[in-house]
Design a binder for this molecule. Structure first.
Ligand code: CS2
Ligand code: MN
Length: 382
């Protein structure tokens, strides 16, 4: 019901401005809102969550309690991968139409909508490291893009971290009141053995591989109405165990966008990752970065979280306890007219919850959603 109301209000606002609400048609709407047309502003402040699509991550399938709580909170966006098992088709590839359709419908049965495919099929080491076989991987990835586009799923969160994904040196660090968070100290990983099986890897080669991928994929994503949203490297350091990392700064994201400017080539603004970029004295100004990338219409998806510290040594925090002014950050999303999916990212594991999946505990997620929704309401009414 509420969703209908949101859609209705969105359509009403767009209709008043003579705009159609297409998949990639939101930038015109944003332009309209930026101009400060009074009617548009009013319509927007009435929208549920100011039009931001609050979502939760489900990386371990349909977790019944989390899903039930999501419905109670009216947080109806789902973010996750594509699992053939979840679709009841364990023998079919994860980029096939039937599997994606099955996964989408499984979420719909729960009353949720698959908003973002995070950790997409067929974008693996071969593509990121430019190894033999990457063309086949990319071809299957394009099949995946066409399939989600035709099913109306329009956002993909991918990353450029081959071999070692997001990582920490401690997943059980005590934070406020004994809640558990993850933390990273570069000194704890510097003596780990190098990974040599892929030969010589350099930052330049990683950039070449990125360019090769974007040039093949982005034109197809454009045609399919799909937005690619690249997640920063986490932690954003130059490399780990000999595997280079390139998506580690605001400059790197500018460079990536310039490699293939397109409404389909954008960013997952993972606030926690951007907040951990730089050293002790040259951190990222988060609200300014949101406004900058927003001005390029490049933010397609938001991970809302925070840290204390910097790239070489940081720990995650509760949303009200980190280095970032979260009110200013939310205000920046509001200013740029962001109306895409936003999810809490890693949250502390709180009393009574399990730390089996650090960063994704259920109780911590409840606190996060309350905080985020409160911020949105505060910002949109101010
Ligand atoms: C995350 C990732 O590191 C981060 O900021 O968003 O942990 C993400 O949850 C996983 O890589 C799965 O996509
Ligand atoms: Mn993230």
């Amino acid at each position: 019901m509420k969703n209908k109301r949101r859609n209705f209000l969105r359509q009403a606002a767009a209709a008043a401005a003579g705009l159609s609400v297409g998949r990639l048609g939101t930038s015109k709407q944003k332009e309209y809102l930026k101009q400060g047309v009074q009617h548009g502003k009013e319509a927007r402040s009435l929208m549920k969550d100011a039009g931001i699509e609050l979502s939760l991550a489900y990386f371990w399938g349909i977790e019944p309690q989390k899903v039930a709580l999501a419905r109670q909170m009216d947080v109806l966006g789902a973010v996750g991968g594509i699992s053939p098992r979840m679709a009841g088709l364990p023998d079919k590839p994860n980029y096939s139409y039937e599997v994606i359709k099955g996964v989408k419908e499984a979420w719909e049965k729960e009353g949720l909508q698959l908003k973002v495919v995070e950790g997409p099929p067929s974008l693996y080491t071969k593509t990121k490291l430019g190894l033999e076989g990457r063309d086949e991987e990319i071809e299957n990835f394009i099949t995946f893009i066409k399939n989600i586009g035709s099913l109306g799923i329009d956002t993909v969160c991918h990353n450029w971290m081959p071999v070692i994904s997001w990582t920490r040196s401690d997943f059980e660090k005590e934070s406020r009141g004994g809640a558990l968070v993850s933390s990273f100290d570069v000194n704890d990983v510097k003596d780990q053995p190098l990974i040599t099986e892929f030969g010589e890897l350099t930052h330049d080669k990683m950039w070449d591989n990125m360019e090769y991928f974007l040039k093949a994929v982005i034109p197809e994503a454009e045609k399919a109405g799909v937005k690619m949203a690249l997640h920063p490297d986490d932690p954003p350091i130059d490399g780990i165990r000999g595997i280079p990392r390139i998506m580690t700064s605001v400059e790197a994201f500018k460079k990536m966008l310039d490699l293939y400017p397109s409404p389909s080539n954008g960013i997952t603004f993972c606030q926690g990752s951007f907040a951990s970029m730089g050293g002790e004295d040259d951190g990222v100004d988060i609200p300014a970065a949101i406004e900058y990338f927003g001005s390029r219409d490049a933010i397609h998806f938001v991970h809302f979280r925070d840290v204390r510290g910097h790239k070489n040594k940081f720990e995650e925090t509760f949303h009200d306890d980190g280095k970032t002014d979260m009110y200013r950050a939310m205000e920046a999303y509001y200013k740029i007219g962001f109306q895409g999916p936003l999810r809490p990212d890693h949250v502390p594991t709180m009393a009574g919850d399990s730390n089996d999946h650090p960063g994704y505990s259920t109780i911590g997620t409840l606190f996060a959603i309350g905080y985020i929704r409160g911020l949105i309401e505060g910002v949109s009414k101010a």
